[in-house]
Design a protein around this ligand. Structure first.
Ligand SMILES: Cc1cc2nc3c(=O)[nH]c(=O)nc-3n(C[C@H](O)[C@H](O)[C@H](O)COP(=O)(O)OP(=O)(O)OC[C@H]3O[C@@H](n4cnc5c(N)ncnc54)[C@H](O)[C@@H]3O)c2cc1C
Length: 628
């Protein structure tokens, strides 16, 4: 661990008023199961039990470098995509007294306060899940659930818990042309996915079948059906086909009682509603999801990049003007979706990474021609267009052989069948996103919209990357009622999101997000990409911020189906802390480069310090160029 990152600590005080829980925890010998109890339990779950040894686990996870797919299947489920989430609330040294700082710098990881489950169950079949819950009930142990470990706030890892690890659940993606839900409604194209299936496996199955399209997560490593759906499920296809939750036909769930239920439009309708946006790890273990498929259609991809950064402030202003006037989010054709990066002019690579679901001609008519004309006048920007006749899933494929650790995508490439770079695993910098949803009404006054975006960037013109990287939203997402699913109503009224980065890079783009919040107070964070609940206030305050007017119903459902709080996930409804955190939080700042970035830099052929988004965009573009 000698080359672990260096950091300094800034003292911050956050209002974390905690509700203490009364679980049986490992330090309580009067209630904690004996070794014999654990051994007997292991016999009921096909030998899938593993004791988590934090220092060993963290070393194994860090050794996966940037290979997020490898990390997801390593160390009995202990790894997170952001490895800092091994530690209390993802904070490196949160509870350490200030005088320890010097010693930390010398001894580094030995002083971390680990936030890992005590035991993990590798759940391969339904009975493993049921028996794990019954065992946890018998001994009053909190249960955490994990699929991929991608959650930014660390909500799939919880100290002292029994972890139900769904990544290896043994059920292959299964396509059907005749699914019937419990209302007896027939669906002629659907896929059944296991609760822990990474999107890459679902994409591979649908692509190999060759008939359909599916909308899913941008990263092939993200789990289809746990946290992603629990937060709504944002995709580049969402303006066209809705959020992930708008495409779920049915869930199979193991409840806190150990009962297995089906939830859909006609059965367990409260649960069906809660699972569609009310957060992961809260209402039960999702073991299967039946999900809509669509006929395959061609896709066109558009990148807008800034080539000449000599006047990044002027270029930033120009791009934001084009975003408001030319892209015009509320009115853009809804077959377009994708990502934008507000301050790409300074640190990012791609100002737009957009996808159009339809023909090249329609893509030209609805946006590409306008951007091409704009680029003629603004020569520091360049536009790149790629076509994928085989649709969205073809963009994930590559005719090349799997590269050797090409930016961490080796395992994904081997498992999912293409160069599908995902730079999770051991992150090069300690960063967690903070977000804000921008309502469609914000664009009613275009000049004011431009000034507010420029004002948010002006909080720190020199921020390197980070601010921006949001989704364009709206379209079909906003055709669904604000309480038809449990996502925050603001997500049904948004035109786009803005994602900033907080954490060890010294508030990075946090001030820009704060500025947007002040100017647009009537909105909300974007749950799936918000990794800093404590920055939104106390537990009740961040719950309010994440679910708004849908929170009260979610709380009722949680109390009714899990009265003992068996499922206890940070950043979730009904969360109960097992620790007293009414203390100062010490926020670490990373200095220097970790061994991970160095490794990926070598394979990507770049130099020194480079942000993750730059790297991601570089690799994405490289992948596309190779593939086309
Ligand atoms: C590289 C990267 C790319 C991303 N891309 C997207 C994107 O394109 N769109 C988007 O909307 N979000 C995206 N996200 C955010 C992502 O949706 C969240 O991080 C989400 O929480 C991940 O869910 P998971 O189940 O894969 O992760 P985990 O960390 O395993 O779990 C997250 C939460 O879900 C719960 N959970 C997991 N499995 C189950 C289950 N089977 N049953 C019940 N609860 C479960 C956990 O307890 C935890 O609370 C991305 C994140 C990263 C790091």
């Amino acid at each position: 661990m000698n080359d672990f990152r260096r950091f300094i600590i800034i003292k911050k005080k956050y209002p974390l008023k905690q509700k203490m829980a009364s679980y049986c925890l490992p330090n309580n010998t009067t209630c904690w199961p004996s070794q014999l109890d654990w051994d007997m339990f292991n016999l009921t779950i096909n030998g899938g039990l593993a004791k988590i040894d934090p220092p060993v686990a963290i070393e194994q996870c860090l050794d996966t470098f940037l290979d997020g797919t490898l990390a997801a299947s390593t160390a009995n489920g202990a790894c997170m995509a952001h490895q800092e989430c091994f530690l209390e609330y993802c904070e490196l040294t949160r509870l350490l007294p200030e005088e320890e700082e010097t010693r930390i710098l010398e001894e580094k990881s030995t002083l971390f306060s680990y936030d890992l489950p005590e035991y993990s169950v590798m759940a391969k079949e339904q009975s493993d899940v049921v028996n794990a819950i019954l065992f946890a009930n018998k001994f009053n142990i909190p249960v955490s659930i994990k699929s991929s470990g991608h959650n930014y706030a660390g909500s799939s890892t919880s100290k002292g818990s029994l972890l139900i690890w769904m990544y290896h659940y043994d059920f292959p993606p299964t396509i059907s042309t005749s699914f019937q839900d419990t209302c007896e409604t027939e669906f002629d194209a659907s896929i059944t996915l296991a609760g822990g299936t990474p999107w890459g496996l679902a994409y591979k199955a649908v692509y190999e079948d060759g008939r359909f399209d599916i909308l899913g997560g941008g990263s092939v490593n993200v789990g289809c059906c746990g946290g992603w759906l629990g937060g709504g499920g944002l995709t580049t296809m969402s303006r066209f086909r809705g959020l992930g939750v708008d495409n779920v036909l049915q869930y199979e769930v193991v409840l806190a009682s150990g009962e297995v239920v089906i939830a859909d439009t006609c059965s367990n309708t409260d649960l069906f509603w809660a699972l569609r946006g009310g957060g992961g790890g809260t209402y039960g273990v999702v073991t299967k999801v039946v999900y809509k498929l669509y006929p395959q259609m061609p896709m066109v991809q558009l990148f807008l990049a800034l080539e000449d950064r000599s006047d990044h402030i002027e270029s930033s202003k120009k791009f934001v003007e084009a975003w408001v006037d030319i892209v015009d989010p509320p009115n853009l054709d809804k077959n377009w979706g994708g990502y934008w990066s507000m301050n790409c002019a300074h640190g990012g690579v791609m100002c737009l990474n957009f996808k159009f679901y339809g023909s090249r001609q329609d893509a030209e008519d609805t946006l590409i021609s306008k951007i091409e004309d704009w680029v003629k006048e603004n020569k520091e920007f360049s536009i790149f267009v790629f076509e994928f006749e085989g649709g969205y899933l073809e963009s994930y494929q590559s005719p090349q052989e799997c590269p050797d650790n090409h930016c961490g995508s080796k395992t994904a490439c081997e498992l999912f069948g293409g160069i599908t770079a995902d730079y999770t695993g051991n992150r090069p910098t300690y960063t967690r996103p903070v977000t804000w949803l921008i309502p469609e009404s914000f664009y009613d006054d275009p000049e004011s919209a431009k000034q507010i975006y420029i004002g948010s960037m002006a909080t720190n013109w020199d921020v390197f990357g980070g601010l921006g990287d949001g989704y364009i939203l709206g379209g079909a997402i906003n055709d669904v009622g604000t309480d038809d699913t449990s996502v925050h109503p603001a997500l049904r009224m948004a035109a786009n999101s803005v994602i900033g980065v907080a954490g060890t890079d010294g508030e990075f783009s946090m001030h820009g997000i704060d500025y947007l919040k002040q100017k647009i107070p009537d909105s909300a964070p974007c749950f799936n990409h918000d990794g800093e609940p404590w920055k939104l206030g106390s537990i009740s305050e961040w719950q309010e911020a994440y679910w708004g007017d849908n929170l009260a119903r979610l709380q009722q459902i949680k109390s009714a189906i899990d009265p003992d709080g068996r499922f206890n996930a940070f950043q979730s409804v009904g969360y109960k802390s097992i620790k007293d955190y009414n203390v100062d939080i010490e926020e670490p700042i990373t200095l220097g480069e970790s061994r991970v970035s160095a490794k990926c830099m070598n394979s990507a052929g770049s130099t020194n310090s480079i942000s993750l988004s730059v790297l991601a965009a570089f690799c994405a573009l490289a992948t596309l160029v190779f593939a086309s």
